[in-house]
Design a protein around this ligand. Structure first.
Ligand SMILES: CC(=O)CC(=O)SCCNC(=O)CCNC(=O)[C@H](O)C(C)(C)COP(=O)(O)OP(=O)(O)OC[C@H]1O[C@@H](n2cnc3c(N)ncnc32)[C@H](O)[C@@H]1OP(=O)(O)O
Ligand SMILES: NC(=O)C1=CN([C@@H]2O[C@H](COP(=O)(O)OP(=O)(O)OC[C@H]3O[C@@H](n4cnc5c(N)ncnc54)[C@H](OP(=O)(O)O)[C@@H]3O)[C@@H](O)[C@H]2O)C=CC1
Length: 304
């Protein structure tokens, strides 16, 4: 398939066979698992072996749970694991058709990753970012291929959630968009298109709600349990906002609020000081064992 604007060849969606994933955290792991379950070869990278091992162990556990619950059989699980290779070196992405960046929500880290990544890619490879909030256009400018760059924003937990937000940067070519949209469809997801504004659609709406829940806690309007019970039973949310904040990661929640606050320059997006304090303490939520709940025991215990 030929690129419509500059005639350089670009991979077509049917030709996507190998996908690289950068970051083996909860999102990178979920994306890798979903890709592998759908038959794609996956190259997974993180910055150290311990993070890679932990990521792969989480994928195995999720797939094992699928087998236990009768959702998949053991052969499907084993084949999915076989399709995932891991490494610490960007050269593993040399044969990838698409690479999805899913590292920590920090623009400096993402810029560094993108700069290091592109020299190893085929000229026609597409780069997508799973950022929750950062400008796609700005990240694209860090690469040698703004036309082959866009936002592909999965939701957590990736294997379960049906939505993928698709965000074009100012330079994203239509062919790139179509290839990435088709990949999302092949993963069984429903795409929703968002413009390149801070935090796009889902997080522009969801994160201020979570931040407000933290203010409600900060001001003593309710305790952790009351707030979550109120929103679960009163608004039919599957998780309360504080439970959800812990699930997303308080570091990610705070990073998104900063992008909204800085990017839209409106005081309504001011991160709650209590959210800032929890992050300063390293209480990032479920992934570290403590956030608005303490996860060290059998059942989560509210911390306030
Ligand atoms: C921050 C961003 O940039 C954007 C975001 O992602 S915002 C966050 C968006 N996500 C949400 O809002 C999630 C809200 N929560 C939920 O929808 C549900 O609580 C939930 C789907 C996470 C769990 O559902 P539940 O019914 O309470 O639990 P449970 O029965 O254990 O799990 C339901 C299914 O999800 C699967 N699941 C749960 N957690 C999982 C995980 N972390 N990874 C993979 N699969 C998971 C389970 O295996 C189960 O699958 P089966 O029914 O096929 O066996
Ligand atoms: N959490 C959520 O609900 C959602 C998050 N997102 C987005 O997905 C991305 C990842 O989030 P999430 O998975 O939750 O975060 P996690 O903290 O779970 O994982 C981030 C991973 O990135 C790794 N990492 C950090 N720096 C580098 C680097 N220089 N090179 C390679 N890997 C690196 C981290 O390694 P280490 O642990 O060693 O630092 C970690 O394994 C973020 O952009 C986030 O905004 C999108 C949708 C939902």
């Amino acid at each position: 398939m030929l690129n419509q604007t500059d005639d350089r060849p670009i991979v077509g969606s049917d030709e996507i066979k190998r996908v690289g994933v950068i970051g083996a955290g909860q999102m990178g792991g979920g994306i890798a698992q979903t890709l592998a379950q759908c038959g794609y070869g996956v190259r997974l990278l993180d910055q150290d072996q311990a993070s890679l091992d932990a990521g792969l162990a989480r994928i195995r556990k999720n797939l094992d749970r699928g087998v236990e619950r009768g959702r998949i059989d053991a052969e499907t699980r084993d084949a999915a694991i076989e399709r995932i290779s891991t490494g610490l070196d960007y050269s593993q992405f040399g044969d990838c058709d698409v690479v999805i960046e899913a590292a920590t929500e920090d623009e400096a880290i993402k810029r560094q990753i993108l700069k290091a990544l592109v020299p190893h890619l085929r000229p026609d490879a597409i780069v997508a970012t799973n950022t929750s909030s950062i400008s796609i256009t700005r990240l694209a400018a860090m690469t040698d291929r703004p036309g082959r760059f866009m936002g592909m924003h999965f939701m957590n937990p990736v294997p379960v959630m049906r939505l993928v937000e698709l965000i074009r940067g100012i330079a994203t070519e239509e062919t790139t968009f179509r290839v990435v949209r088709d990949l999302a469809l092949k993963l069984g997801k429903t795409p929703a298109v968002a413009e390149d504004f801070p935090a796009f659609i889902v997080n522009r709406i969801l994160l201020p709600m979570i931040n407000e829940a933290v203010y409600v806690l900060y001001e003593g309007v309710g305790g952790v349990e009351s707030i979550d019970t109120a929103m679960k039973l009163g608004a039919n949310h599957p998780m309360g906002p504080l439970e959800l904040a812990d699930f997303i990661g308080l570091d990610t929640c705070l990073a998104v609020m900063h992008v909204l606050h800085n990017g839209l320059a409106d005081s309504k997006y001011r991160p709650c000081p209590l959210l800032v304090k929890y992050c300063e303490a390293g209480w990032y939520g479920r992934k570290v064992g403590r956030g608005f709940y303490d996860y060290s025991g059998d059942t989560p215990v509210p911390t306030r």
